[in-house]
Design a protein around this ligand. Structure first.
Ligand SMILES: Cc1cc2nc3c(=O)[nH]c(=O)nc-3n(C[C@H](O)[C@H](O)[C@H](O)COP(=O)(O)O)c2cc1C
Length: 704
């Protein structure tokens, strides 16, 4: 049995209308922000899509493309297809994608009430009926607010224009004309974007559409705009071009929003109007973008695809963190026909080819950190925390080194492991030294707290073990060691330094630093265990370590659901990324948590949508979030802090210090006198978390 046969359904050919696809893997449409301001596709875009085609995806779906550009675009860098002038560049794109055996479809859109391009140009937003409520934001820093608002010129008292029948018909024509241009540019298919709160979706939703004419009221009327677009497009592009639409399976947490039944009925009407397939996503209020649409849990949206497939008998494309195993099973079980992958193909464009070659464990995983989509909020080009090359394909090739060098890497966190991987692939002779007896550095602990990080740890660990890398666990690096090894280059990636905060009471036995907690959970630090744990707790810990539990992230994570060296009421001091993720971890383990933070916004280092999701989850679990507070002392009663001039106490059985990570140049300084080329990477250079660490590892290992 070939290894690829474990993904035989996912890798088998499929068909959407007249379009034959080599497999069932679709690159989900993703706004890249890689464009300029002229609506034209750029070389960076082309390289991004080309790389996903080369990686083996069956179908490439482009990002949102404005049919009425420059009007109706949701991003300031958006692509346009409103004029023949856009065709030549797009033809180049389709040819480059076809050269790798993939098919390509364009996603056509009008953004309606979220038309950022209109706001930037000072135009009112087009809507089906007047919008009376203001959308609400989650927590934003002042800089983020500035970045969001800097482009907006529309007069807030004249934000919206309700479109009349003439304008509706003009827009139907815009969609169909753009589709015709797409055909001339060599696209194989058209996806009409009828989801995610854009104009067509606004017509479908009773929440937004309160019209009383033939475009509003009953579903048949609300779906008229979509169906007219599909019918006119089909008429203009003919039967030999694939055509479908993207629909919300549901509009979550919205009064009068689209129901599951509405979605099924709309899908039926769309198929009758000429759609060859339906692509099913989900939508909700903008602050809930993560839980509604760019979901963290695998397969959450599959039931919608399954229901629509059953009702329409048309092929469906499912989406929503569908990992290969789940996609394979869902197709085998008849729940979906195709699987769109977004973030996972940002993290690793070669996923389909790797599955084909039986190299599943070599697929670099998405860690659901939302750095990719967070960029769109501040109108910056997207990026991927685990794949430095995403959107910068030409900047990050792996080119064999002209002269292989002896490279010593100190520290096996994400920066060290990524650097080791890339340097070894380039042919350098790599020695990777890790002081502790396990790989991962802070990533090990981050994996306990956020399990997708564990996939990254596993992936990087696999690469380090597979490649010709001299891995030395339990190896402290000293100037003496370096003199003996005689490397040509040293890469120091030893992680941040965490100082104990100068708070009265911080030395109490119920106060743990992040390092203490990590060491206790992993059984790495016997001294702290004696100081901080009761006899019974130490016995538990000993048992865990005898069973080898603490060596394995997954087991430790499971064990921590039953036992942790912490009391019931836990106060976390420091509400940055680490404190917020720790809060999520603790509430999942039944603790009553308070987080006290000195800044006005918690989780500021987190990507905006991930921050909103994490803080909403914490609030749902009753976590007390205190911002803008100064901690005065830790006492018998708990953590004493001052906010708005008032002193208060957060009761605590245990206190965790999750602040104070700083650059850590000590080792680098001690090695600097050896006269060997030396670089600092990752958090020891300046705290940049996983994204910064991977970027440093990727960049520096390519430069040596
Ligand atoms: C960076 C980013 C940009 C996105 N832009 C679009 C878009 O232009 N059009 C669209 O329909 N969906 C967009 N989405 C949603 C994705 O198509 C997809 O539905 C979502 O990411 C869930 O799939 P995944 O879990 O495989 O990432 C975007 C998602 C991300 C992460």
């Amino acid at each position: 049995m070939s290894k690829a046969s474990s993904f035989k359904h996912l890798l088998s050919p499929g068909r959407i209308g007249p379009m034959e696809l080599r497999n069932r893997i679709v690159l989900a449409p993703m706004g890249t922000g890689l464009g300029g301001h002229d609506g034209h596709i750029t070389e960076r875009h082309k390289r991004f899509y080309e790389e996903r085609a080369r990686g083996g995806a069956g179908l490439i779906l482009t990002e949102v493309t404005a049919v009425d550009w420059p009007r109706g675009g949701s991003e300031v860098h958006q692509l346009g297809l409103s004029d023949d002038a856009f065709i030549p560049d797009l033809r180049d794109l389709t040819q480059r994608v076809h050269a790798h055996g993939a098919k390509i479809a364009v996603q056509l859109q009008h953004a309606g009430k979220v038309g950022t391009m209109d706001l930037a140009a000072g135009r009112p937003l087009l809507v089906p009926s007047m919008i009376t409520e203001r959308g609400s934001f989650g927590e934003l820093t002042a800089e983020e607010f500035g970045a969001i608002l800097k482009n907006y010129k529309t007069d807030p008292s004249n934000m919206y224009t309700v479109i009349d029948e003439t304008e509706i018909l003009r827009l139907v024509d815009c969609f169909a004309a753009a589709a015709e241009r797409a055909k001339r540019a060599g696209f194989d298919g058209i996806e009409v974007h009828a989801a995610h709160g854009y104009l067509i979706d606004e017509f479908l939703s009773r929440h937004v559409n309160r019209r009383t004419d033939r475009w509003g009221g009953p579903l048949e009327n609300r779906a008229r705009f979509l169906c007219e677009i599909l019918r006119e497009t089909r008429r203009r592009v003919g039967p030999d071009m694939a055509l479908w639409c993207r629909l919300n399976g549901e509009e979550m947490n919205t009064e009068n929003g689209i129901t599951r039944e509405d979605a099924i009925e709309t899908a039926r009407m769309a198929v009758a109007a000429g759609a060859d397939a339906i692509h099913i996503t989900r939508y909700g209020p903008p602050v809930e973008i993560v839980s509604a649409m760019i979901v963290p849990e695998p397969g959450e949206l599959l039931p919608y695809a399954e229901a629509i497939r059953k009702a329409t008998k048309a092929p469906v494309i499912a989406v929503g963190r569908i990992l290969p195993e789940l996609g394979e099973q869902a197709i085998a079980d008849g729940r979906t026909d195709f699987v769109a992958m977004g973030r996972q193909l940002l993290a690793d464009p070669e996923l389909p080819n790797k599955l084909e070659r039986g190299e599943r464990e070599d697929v670099c995983p998405c860690i659901t950190c939302y750095v990719c989509v967070g960029q769109a909020f501040v109108q910056e080009p997207f990026k991927c925390a685990v794949n430095a090359a995403c959107g910068r394909e030409d900047e990050f090739p792996i080119v064999p080194a002209l002269t292989p060098r002896r490279v010593l890497i100190v520290g096996s966190g994400p920066a060290g492991m990524e650097a080791a991987r890339v340097a070894a692939l380039r042919g350098h002779k790599v020695t990777l030294c890790e002081k502790s007896d396990r790989l991962g550095g802070t990533l090990w602990f981050a994996s306990l707290v956020h399990d997708a990080n564990g996939d990254l740890l596993e992936y990087l660990g696999n690469q380090v073990r597979k490649l010709p890398i001299d891995l030395r666990l339990g190896q402290e690096v000293t100037p003496e060691f370096v003199r003996q090894l005689q490397p040509d280059v040293i890469l120091v990636a030893v992680g941040a330094r965490r100082e104990r905060l100068p708070i009265p009471g911080a030395d109490r036995s119920n106060v743990l630093s992040g390092d203490d907690l990590r060491n206790l959970m992993t059984g790495a630090d016997k001294k702290t265990a004696v100081e901080k744990l009761t006899l019974a707790q130490r016995a538990m810990l000993k048992m865990g370590s005898l069973l080898g539990v603490s060596d394995r992230v997954n087991l430790t994570r499971e064990l921590s659901k039953h036992w942790m060296p912490l009391g019931t009421r836990v106060v976390v001091i420091g509400g940055g990324l680490v404190g917020v993720e720790l809060g999520e971890f603790l509430v999942e383990r039944g603790r009553q948590v308070s987080i006290i933070h000195d800044e006005p916004v918690m989780g500021a280092e987190m990507a905006i949508p991930r921050r909103w999701q994490a803080l909403a989850t914490l609030r749902q679990h009753g976590v007390t979030l205190v911002t803008g507070a100064t901690v005065d002392a830790i006492t018998d009663a708990g953590v004493v802090y001052t906010k708005d001039g008032q002193q208060q106490t957060a009761p605590a059985d245990s206190v965790i210090l999750a602040a104070g990570a700083q650059e850590n140049r000590g080792l680098a300084d001690s090695l600097a006198g050896l006269g060997i080329e030396l670089h600092l990477l990752g958090d020891c250079k300046g705290v940049g978390y996983i994204e910064g660490a991977i970027m440093d590892g990727a960049r520096i290992a390519r430069s040596i």
